[in-house]
Design a binder for this molecule. Structure first.
Ligand SMILES: Cc1ncc(COP(=O)(O)O)c(C=O)c1O
Length: 471
């Protein structure tokens, strides 16, 4: 067996490991946001697997020296790249409890499944989905999207018409990926332009639909985005719901980034229409600060969802009582039969902090984004590149403005790399209107005004260095 011979030794070691992680999180501010791993450290992860085991203390030491300092840095308040949540010590502890229990949430008669159903029920209430809707926790929005779109395809199984999908040019790549995995014809994905607010252009959507209908193509699926990955824009979800209803299309909403803003009373009205979605994919590991990974697919027609994924294997036969009771099981609603207890870290996070505190934290990220926006607008050599809808600020360095805009693409890219390497902050790069921009996504609950100040200082420092390159 693999349990320790000496439990008291393990306890000591376990407490030591726990303390190290508390120290790490408590003192995260004093560390660089990110640092390049030295080549000898990278090389050490190419060693062959040893024949015999090593003491836990030794592995822990290697973790502290060679792994922990060289992760992406999203626990750090200066991390503003891509869309990463910061995690919490509460989530970390819940992960430990879940790992200790080692529950397999594919199915069977066990309370951990009730925890998952409870979390899904909270989200059903939060997003105004009706009784009879269903859900399943996933690794993230990418996999939740596959579940949602596969269910949408199942709902029209008998149609022989070609099927069209409508998503804005700002929609996340997980939509295209899901359609590819499903074997759908990617040429039928209509990329709808956006307006000045980076929201899907409703008139253009209607024109595309009309055009398809005239050619006997079925408007199958409309994708709305609640918080786009580039700028945080929120599509007009009510308008999309109305159009979907009128033309008989399935409305799917990608709420990976912004759906949890429903927790904020001041932002929630801007998500109006989300309650009419046929499916919603969203994440807890971003603005929900739940440790990776944790996402959700929510489906309005729960029976269609179950029929789409349940298989009826004989060895998974259900009973009315005993360990094989408590049907339906989570495996009836998704791709995975063996599934971890990711519900527990979500349950702990929501129960511990409560809706109000989580909503306030989300609002605070948006206030910081506005603070950063104001500073950019007041700074001559910086230009705001998109309206700030939620917590994402896109801007670029423009020098004294005398050069062609494209001349600054390479400088802005070099600046981002310089800022990363400085360890002071970590924004990321994106392109808007074919221009390279610096993108700060303020997702981490630890980020405060002083971290915005550090980002601005790092940007100016990087500009001084990178504006020397020929352009
Ligand atoms: C708008 C949007 N949709 C989907 C995704 C994919 O989510 P996940 O990384 O959880 O698969 C992201 C990730 O950043 C996102 O921002």
């Amino acid at each position: 067996m693999l349990d320790p011979k000496d439990w008291s030794e393990l306890r000591k070691q376990g407490h030591h490991m726990l303390d190290d992680m508390f120290d790490y999180l408590q003192n995260i501010q004093s560390k660089p946001v990110w640092q390049q791993a030295p080549s000898h450290v990278q090389a050490s992860f190419q060693d062959d697997l040893s024949e015999h085991g090593q003491p836990l203390s030794q592995l822990h030491e290697q973790f502290m020296h060679d792994i922990l300092p060289y992760s992406v840095g999203n626990t750090h308040p200066g991390f503003m790249g891509w869309v990463h949540g910061g995690g919490t010590p509460v989530g970390m502890l819940a992960e430990m409890l879940a790992a200790g229990l080692n529950a397999n949430l594919g199915g069977r008669n066990q309370i951990p499944i009730d925890v998952e159903w409870q979390v899904i029920g909270w989200m059903r209430d939060l997003f105004g989905f009706p009784d009879g809707s269903s859900g399943i926790l996933t690794t993230g929005t990418s996999s939740a999207t596959i579940i949602a779109l596969t269910t949408a395809r199942h709902a029209i199984a008998t149609t022989s018409k070609p099927l069209a999908v409508y998503a804005s040019i700002e929609a996340h790549g997980c939509i295209t990926r899901a359609l590819k995995i499903m074997g759908m014809d990617i040429n039928m994905l209509r990329k709808i332009p956006t307006n000045d607010e980076y929201q899907m252009d409703i008139i253009s959507l209607q024109q595309h639909i009309q055009n398809d209908q005239q050619h006997s193509i079925q408007p199958w699926l409309i994708i709305g985005t609640a918080g786009s990955v580039n700028t945080g824009s929120i599509d007009d979800l009510s308008a999309l719901a109305e159009i979907a209803k009128k033309v008989g299309a399935w409305l799917h909403i990608d709420g990976a980034l912004g759906a949890l803003a429903m927790l904020s009373a001041s932002i929630a009205p801007r998500l109006q229409g989300i309650q009419h979605a046929d499916s919603l994919a969203m994440d807890f590991h971003k603005w929900g600060q739940v440790p990776y990974d944790a996402g959700l697919a929510l489906i309005r027609d729960g029976e269609n969802h179950r029929q789409c994924f349940s298989t009826g294997d004989t060895y998974l036969q259900r009973e009315s009582k005993g360990l094989a009771a408590h049907s339906p099981w989570p495996c009836d609603y998704g791709m995975d039969l063996s599934r971890g207890f990711r519900a527990l870290k979500i349950w702990f996070t929501f129960q511990h902090f409560g809706k109000k505190r989580l909503g306030d934290m989300i609002e605070h990220s948006c206030e910081l984004a506005q603070y950063l926006t104001t500073h950019i607008q007041k700074t001559d050599n910086l230009e705001l590149m998109a309206p700030v809808s939620l917590n994402i600020v896109c801007f670029r360095y423009i020098g004294d403005g005398s050069q062609q805009a494209q001349a600054y693409d390479a400088i802005n890219r070099a600046m981002i790399c310089h800022i990363h390497t400085s360890g002071l902050a970590a924004p990321s790069l994106t392109y808007l209107n074919h221009r390279a921009v610096i993108r700060a996504a303020i997702v981490n609950h630890r980020t405060q005004i002083k971290d915005i100040g550090k980002l601005l200082a790092a940007v100016q420092q990087a500009a001084r260095v990178c504006d020397q390159i020929p352009h």
